[in-house]
Design a protein around this ligand. Structure first.
Ligand SMILES: Nc1ncnc2c1ncn2[C@@H]1O[C@H](COP(=O)(O)OP(=O)(O)O)[C@@H](O)[C@H]1O
Ligand SMILES: [Mg+2]
Length: 449
């Protein structure tokens, strides 16, 4: 059954909306019919009620016109014989005690039905215990009305009354609710486009494919977008592979070049050559690390953080830089060790590029592990503090005094790694000058996948 409905369901948005409106109108009409059936009394019943009122009015008119008590008695006797139950009663002391229900309406009906005859004191009329009580000049009458008789509705014209209001409210509510859900349902696939675009924007590797069901127009767009996503992903992957291959293949001749350079006789030229080769080598490592992005794939391992930091410092000290470690002696930490080492190396490397002294610190602060890399260089001006983390962003190379800037990937790689560990980086100024890189890592890393 469900499948049959699904098969018969129109495929285009226009047809779907048309069908939905038709369904909602049909349901509204059915609701209206049901409402009217229950609210509106039978036409015949209405006729009965009206004729009882007309009969009562006639008796009251005749009684009012009667000239003697005998005439009234005769009138009442005739009426009762004709099946109109009416009796004389003692004039009620006060009509206030009588039910007020429909009094003014009744009075108006009496006046209208009575034509030119002015029924004096007709306001003295009430409806109680299913009987009309009418106080006339000469006599008070009690006219029993048929069972279930109610005073007719007054001021409001019949068609503007409760039934019409009910119909209006029912139809409007029904149509609005139905159309709201229907429209949402038709448009729902569109909102998933935004989610897919966002996911793809964050990472072209995202597998978020758009559903190709739904109305035909939307399915066509979804298919086109899915194909475009696949093509872009393929393009990005091909470029990445190509760059990685170039980077990787350059390594071999570079290693050979280093071997040759080390055989150069002149110490001055040899050192210069080795330094340049090291710079190219570092640039290649940065590029490969950036392209590989294994900050998310490396397995976790336990390391002693102070030893890891000291190892990096020692490597720089051996190369003649003024780098020192000042921090706690032992701190076992579970992390992606190689990635973390690369991140911290990138910060220390920058410190050695831009300053003459780098101090690396490590301490626990509440539940966080804090690593600090401070230098006495020029620091980073506030307007580029966020930009330096962007891939390929390089500050003014002349500021370093050395032509040792890389591709501008170091900080971007480092931030990816720290964030993958659930940590964060703050770049602070150091007095009188210099940069303090403040890395806060959760003591139990919350690894992002
Ligand atoms: N310790 C530092 N002192 C001053 N400027 C720095 C420091 N570290 C980074 N920078 C600035 O941030 C930029 C980006 O750094 P990075 O991403 O490591 O790229 P790269 O080292 O390849 O230039 C650098 O070009 C430099 O302008
Ligand atoms: Mg760098």
């Amino acid at each position: 059954m469900r499948q049959q409905i699904a098969r018969a369901w129109p495929r285009t948005i226009v047809a779907q909306i048309t069908v939905l409106i038709a369904i909602s109108l049909t349901l509204s009409c059915i609701m209206t019919a049901i409402a009217l059936h229950f609210i509106q009394p039978e036409p015949l019943a209405r006729l009965g009620q009206a004729s009882a009122l007309v009969r009562a009015t006639t008796i009251v008119q005749l009684a009012q016109r009667s000239e003697s008590d005998a005439e009234i008695d005769a009138l009442l006797a005739h009426a009762n014989r004709a099946g109109i139950p009416v009796e004389k009663i003692d004039t009620p002391k006060s009509l206030e005690n009588l039910s007020d229900e429909g009094r003014s309406v009744l009075a108006r009906y009496f006046r209208r039905l009575g034509g030119p005859l002015d029924i004096h004191g007709i306001e003295k009329i009430a409806f109680r215990d299913n009987a009309l009580i009418v106080v006339l000049d000469k006599v008070s009458l009690k006219l029993r009305m048929p069972a279930n008789w109610t005073p007719p509705p007054g001021r409001v014209p019949r068609f503007m009354g409760v039934p019409l209001m009910f119909v209006l409210i029912a139809v409007t509510t029904f149509s609005v609710v139905l159309l709201f859900y229907a429209a949402r349902w038709v448009i729902a696939p569109l909102s998933s486009f935004a989610a897919a675009a966002q996911a793809f924007g964050r990472s072209p590797k995202s597998d978020y494919a758009l559903s190709e069901d739904g109305p035909r127009e939307i399915a066509l767009v979804a298919r086109a977008l899915n194909e475009m996503r696949d093509r872009i992903r393929e393009l990005v992957e091909r470029r990445t592979l190509m760059l990685a291959a170039i980077g990787h293949d350059l390594r071999t001749p570079l290693t050979r070049l280093r071997l040759h350079a080390e055989q150069v006789d002149s110490a001055v030229i040899r050192n210069r050559m080795v330094r340049e080769i090291t710079i190219i080598d570092n640039m290649l490592s940065d590029t490969l690390a950036y392209l590989k992005d294994d900050s998310h794939s490396e397995p976790l391992s336990s390391v002693d953080l102070p030893s890891l930091l000291q190892t990096i410092c020692t490597a720089y000290i051996d190369s003649g830089f003024n780098v020192s470690y000042q921090g706690i002696d032992r701190a076992i930490y579970v992390c992606r060790a190689a990635s973390l080492k690369r991140a911290i190396t990138n910060f220390i490397e920058n410190g050695t590029k831009y300053s003459s002294e780098v101090v690396v610190g490590l301490k626990y602060l509440e539940s966080d592990v804090c690593i600090e890399i401070a230098d006495n260089g020029p620091g980073i001006s506030p307007d580029i503090k966020e930009k330096v983390f962007k891939p390929f962003f390089k500050g003014d190379p002349s500021r370093s005094g050395l032509n040792r800037t890389g591709f501008g990937l170091g900080l971007s790689i480092a931030r990816d790694i720290i964030q993958a560990h659930g940590g964060q980086i703050d770049l602070c100024d150091r007095k009188p000058h210099g940069l303090r890189v403040h890395i806060k890592l959760p003591s139990k890393p919350r690894m992002s996948p």
